[in-house]
Design a protein around this ligand. Structure first.
Ligand SMILES: NC(=O)c1ccc[n+]([C@@H]2O[C@H](COP(=O)([O-])OP(=O)(O)OC[C@H]3O[C@@H](n4cnc5c(N)ncnc54)[C@H](OP(=O)(O)O)[C@@H]3O)[C@@H](O)[C@H]2O)c1
Length: 296
């Protein structure tokens, strides 16, 4: 059995990681109340006690707008928390799989971002996540960083659930149509990380480093919303779809600036783990089908 310690185990991705691990793995999941990664003493104690073969960090401060006024906490979790894990892992030579974000880029590109493209976050959340990436890289610990985007899943708040809730309440909605990105299911991120974990146990090594991973193809929030409503009506989760008006970013001001373009090039990960890029359409279909029996 390969023992894997998962932090942030109640989050969108963390909860899928602890549900979906493959045979041959034993998973110890810690929620934020059980292991606060900003507490270096506790991080060290838990890692020494558990002595896992691998750590997957799914813990993060993810409130993009709130981070603008909660700078210290965002950095405490997204930078110092990662440093704490890296220090404890380094002492025992344990690799870390870490998740990062498309928001490390400035959003001015017109081609999908490669792993080697220059970064330039425009908000506190993106900057704090970038600081975490750098802390991990500088720690010397063996690591995989998976940058992903527009995450949705059964647990936690996300765009799919917000749209379904608003679709129940309203006949008309306005959704931003000039921000481009790739929705990505928490399930597919968890599955991807487990593929890396399996490869690691089989080969006792990995092509370590940075990888971009999202579902395909690129769309806008407006395109994503329309697809969600189409599927929700087909699955019987909504009686009828609301009218979805396309608006611009300027019409929907937010505390944190959002990148106009956050599409990532996933060719590197697709080369390493063949055929690994699921379509988000199938992923929302599966999730919405789950909601036919359960409340979202
Ligand atoms: N959500 C997105 O659209 C998106 C997009 C790109 C990348 N990502 C990245 O993907 C990863 C997973 O995100 P997600 O969507 O699963 O986020 P999430 O649902 O917000 O989960 C993050 C988890 O981390 C926990 N956490 C927060 N502070 C912590 C601390 N100090 N110590 C331990 N745990 C702590 C949270 O617990 P509490 O709820 O108790 O605070 C939560 O359970 C993150 O690295 C995120 O930056 C997310």
């Amino acid at each position: 059995m390969t023992k894997v310690l998962v932090t942030g185990a109640a989050g969108q991705v963390g909860s899928e990681l602890v549900k979906r691990f493959p045979a041959g793995f034993e998973v110890v999941g810690y929620t934020s109340s059980e292991l606060d990664i900003t507490n270096s003493r506790l991080v060290n104690q838990v890692i020494v006690e558990q002595a896992p073969a691998l750590i997957i960090n799914a813990a993060a401060y993810t409130a993009v707008d709130k981070a603008e006024s909660d700078v210290e906490r965002a950095y405490a979790v997204n930078e110092t928390g990662v440093k704490n894990l890296a220090q404890a892992a380094m002492a025992l030579n344990i690799p870390i799989f870490h998740i990062s974000t498309d928001y490390v880029f400035d959003g001015t590109a017109t081609e999908p971002y490669k792993e080697t493209d220059p970064v330039g976050p425009t908000g506190v959340y993106g900057a704090s996540k970038l600081a975490g990436e750098l802390a991990l890289a500088e720690s010397g610990v063996k690591h995989i960083i998976l940058r992903t985007s527009w995450v949705f899943g059964a647990n936690g708040n996300n765009f799919v659930k917000t749209m379904l809730r608003l679709g129940k309440e309203r006949d008309t909605l306005s959704v931003v149509a000039d921000q481009h990105g790739c929705p990505t299911s928490a399930v597919s991120i968890a599955d991807m990380l487990w593929l890396f974990a399996k490869k690691y146990t089989e080969d006792n090594d990995l092509p370590w480093g940075m990888y971009h991973f999202s579902n395909s193809p690129a769309t806008t929030w407006h395109g994503f919303a329309c697809a969600i409503f189409k599927q929700a009506v087909e699955a019987g989760v909504l009686k009828k779809a609301p009218v979805v008006n396309a608006i611009s970013t300027a019409d929907y001001p937010t505390a944190a600036k959002r990148p106009a373009w956050s599409v990532m090039n996933c060719q590197k990960i697709d080369r390493v783990v063949l055929g690994c890029i699921p379509g988000w359409q199938d992923e929302i279909n599966k999730l919405i089908t789950e909601f036919t029996n359960n409340e979202f």
